[in-house]
Design a binder for this molecule. Structure first.
Ligand code: NAD
Length: 351
């Protein structure tokens, strides 16, 4: 049985990744600091499952990470842990540097020392996979797409901190030989996303009959990928990716923010019409643009498609419909986030 140390596995993408990996018979040691973004409700179906060991702790805690590596002898480390919200990075960049840069450096050092002590096939097979974002490449004009050789040009404190961590991961391969892989993915959406991000925020506010905030003119473009497809891409890179390489991951689904909001409104109008019969897009309220808001991101994912045979299995239309249905069916998960009660429980933790 494979064992993977996953960091940030109580967050949105990490949580989806852990649920999928455990279902496939992989043992997961899940290290998560449980910041506001960590939610053990997401992992409640794993309670008592011997294939999942949850540990509350910081990736920057070198002693703790070294102990976990020595005890569980993982075949891979998959690093999701991060401060991830651009708006929060504008208000307080220091936490982003602390976790995304200093924390990742500490995790890399612990992984390097563990890997050095391995021998034979276990040493050859070990992988450190770093999950990153397309935001490190900066903003595009009306045409073109980010490739793996696009120069880094991060514009927000969030993307700058992720860019720094990507460079450290690269350096640990070139300097120490650590067998690393990096994925740079576009915007994710799907189940268990914290309702501060555009799609779950709009779904929650649309259902509640509240104004739907849209930045600027609503025409900023993002490429959207269903979270399950991101998880399958990470699995493909972990299992078949070439050591030292980076892989761009995207859904080939560019949409303006306003198109995304309108799609959600139309789905909700169909599934749960407002009592007064008004269309939900009447709730849209344009708000002052985010400072330094990147205009357009688009991903060229041909490398992962050609080399590893990965492709997304959801179109944007399928993914967004499934996501709206998921949030409608899991109002309790959303309510517990919004009223803060999700922070009160701590399941299946090691000390
Ligand atoms: P998230 O904010 O939902 O989850 C982050 C998790 O990391 C939380 O559970 C949090 O408690 C944990 N964490 C934070 N600081 C920690 C620390 N110091 N030590 C241990 N755990 C810590 O984020 P997400 O959206 O799931 O993103 C996961 C990763 O994927 C991030 O690295 C992010 O940069 C990257 N990414 C996200 C997207 C996206 O659209 N959400 C796209 C591309 C890449």
């Amino acid at each position: 049985m494979q064992t993977w140390l996953v960091t940030g596995g109580a967050g949105f993408i990490g949580g989806n990744f852990v649920l999928g990996a455990v279902a496939d018979g992989i043992k997961i040691v899940n290290l998560d600091a449980l910041t506001y973004a960590g939610n053990l409700d997401t992992l409640s179906t794993l309670e008592g499952d011997p294939r999942h060991a949850f540990v509350q702790g910081d990736i920057g805690d070198r002693v703790l990470v070294a102990r976990l590596l020595a005890e569980h002898r993982p075949d891979a480390v998959v690093n999701f842990a991060a401060e991830s919200h651009v708006d929060r990075s504008i208000d307080g960049p220091a936490a982003f540097v602390q976790t995304n840069v200093v924390g990742t450096l500490s995790l890399l050092e612990a992984a390097r020392d563990y890997w050095k002590g391995l021998e034979g096939p276990a040493k050859d097979a070990f992988r450190f996979l770093h999950v990153s974002t397309d935001e490190v490449y900066g903003s595009l004009g009306d045409s073109g797409k980010f490739t793996e050789s696009t120069a880094y040009a991060p514009n927000s404190p969030y993307s700058a901190s992720k860019a720094a961590s990507d460079h450290l991961v690269r350096a640990f391969h070139h300097t120490y030989g650590l067998p690393v892989l990096t994925t740079n993915c576009s915007n994710n959406y799907g189940p268990y996303q914290f309702p501060e991000k555009l799609i779950p925020l709009v779904i929650a506010k649309a259902i509640a009959g509240e104004p739907l905030p849209v930045y600027g003119d609503g025409k900023n473009v993002r490429d959207w990928l269903y979270v399950g497809d991101h998880c399958s891409a990470i699995r493909a890179v972990l299992e078949r990716g070439r050591v030292g390489e980076t892989y761009n991951v995207g859904g080939d689904a560019e949409r303006q923010n306003i198109e995304v909001v309108n799609a959600i409104c139309a789905l909700l109008d169909e599934r749960r019409p407002r009592e007064d019969g008004k269309p939900r897009n009447s709730q849209i309220a344009y708000v002052k643009d985010r400072p330094g808001h990147d205009r357009r991101y688009a991903i060229d994912a041909s490398k992962i498609q050609d080399e590893l045979g990965w492709k997304p299995s959801h179109t944007f239309e399928q993914g967004i419909a499934g996501t709206v249905d998921w949030y409608l069916a899991h109002q309790d998960w959303v309510r517990r986030v919004l009223d803060g009660s999700y922070r009160l429980e701590r399941i299946g933790q090691e000390a």
